[in-house]
Design a protein around this ligand. Structure first.
Ligand SMILES: C[S@@+](CC[C@H](N)C(=O)[O-])C[C@H]1O[C@@H](n2cnc3c(N)ncnc32)[C@H](O)[C@@H]1O
Length: 251
């Protein structure tokens, strides 16, 4: 791929300014909200549900925690983490996606309008922050990672499930599927081919596993690592906000 347009200014195959990109992404998710989960099931043959279960096991939600599922959309990941003894909050800029989630009546889930680049959350207020298939949509990923670091408590964990770079032998099949089947399914089921061309193109432009890990480390996280799912079609990146340094003079 020789197109020099950075992810922050690309929309589908077009180069647009950042504000325009943000607005178009909002429109994409408003347009597909009602059919979003059905499309995920069809495009991934239901595998996204297995990935999300694995992701939630890695997040290991616990009693007493404040957990934020950023870009939480219709709340399927939040619902897997929710229970009466903890606080789980979906943060997402799309009211339409969250309305679909609310209508499903997920218990013990709060909903908050907000975007990754400017989180409506206090400093050091969150124990675990998850984001599933959302970071790619942030226009300024570095700023989003800094915001995530800001709202996590020292010792708090960040987990990101995202499409990634598959193993070399899988790429020809994966590319064929992505460039032919997904936009057609998008046109047919979601009546939104533009949305699914955006999806495929944004996946292609997203940094591969080591480059994304380096971005997470640069935002101040430690113990950064990743775990591939389905031969790297998706991966889970994990990082920890460093625990507060002990005051000087303590042993
Ligand atoms: C592909 S959906 C993922 C939804 C859900 N997390 C899942 O795994 O199915 C992407 C979500 O990112 C949200 N989004 C778009 N731009 C965002 C931003 N700048 N910050 C946070 N979320 C954003 C969209 O509204 C949408 O709900």
């Amino acid at each position: 791929m020789n197109d020099p347009t950075p992810l922050s200014r690309s929309f589908g195959y077009q180069s647009v300014d950042e504000r325009e990109r943000e607005q178009r992404i909002r429109r994409v998710f408003s347009a597909v909200a009602a059919r979003y989960d059905l499309m995920n099931d069809l495009m991934s043959f239901g595998i996204h549900r297995l990935w999300k279960r694995r992701f939630v096991r890695m997040a290991a939600p616990q009693a007493g925690q404040h957990i934020v599922d950023l870009a939480g959309g219709t709340g399927d990941v939040a619902a897997l983490m929710a229970a009466a003894d903890r606080r789980v909050t979906v943060v997402d800029p799309s009211a339409e996606m969250m309305d679909v989630g609310r209508s499903r009546g997920h218990a013990h889930v709060d909903w908050m309008l907000g975007s990754a680049e400017q989180l409506p959350l206090a400093d050091a207020s969150v124990d675990t922050l998850t984001i599933s298939f959302g970071i790619r949509n942030a226009t300024r990923i570095d700023d989003a990672l800094k915001e995530i670091h800001r709202v996590l408590k020292p010792g708090g964990r960040f987990l990101c499930l995202e499409f990634s770079t598959p193993a070399w032998w899988l790429r020809p099949f994966y590319n064929l599927f992505s460039f032919t089947v997904i936009p057609r399914l998008g046109a047919w089921i979601a009546a939104s081919p533009e949305a699914y061309t955006y999806l495929v193109e944004s996946i292609r432009r997203f940094p591969d596993q080591p480059r994304f890990a380096a971005m997470i480390s640069a935002a101040g996280f430690e113990q950064v690592r990743w775990h591939d799912l389905s031969f790297g079609i998706a991966s889970v990146h994990v990082g920890t906000r460093p625990a507060a340094a002990a005051p000087s003079g303590t042993a």
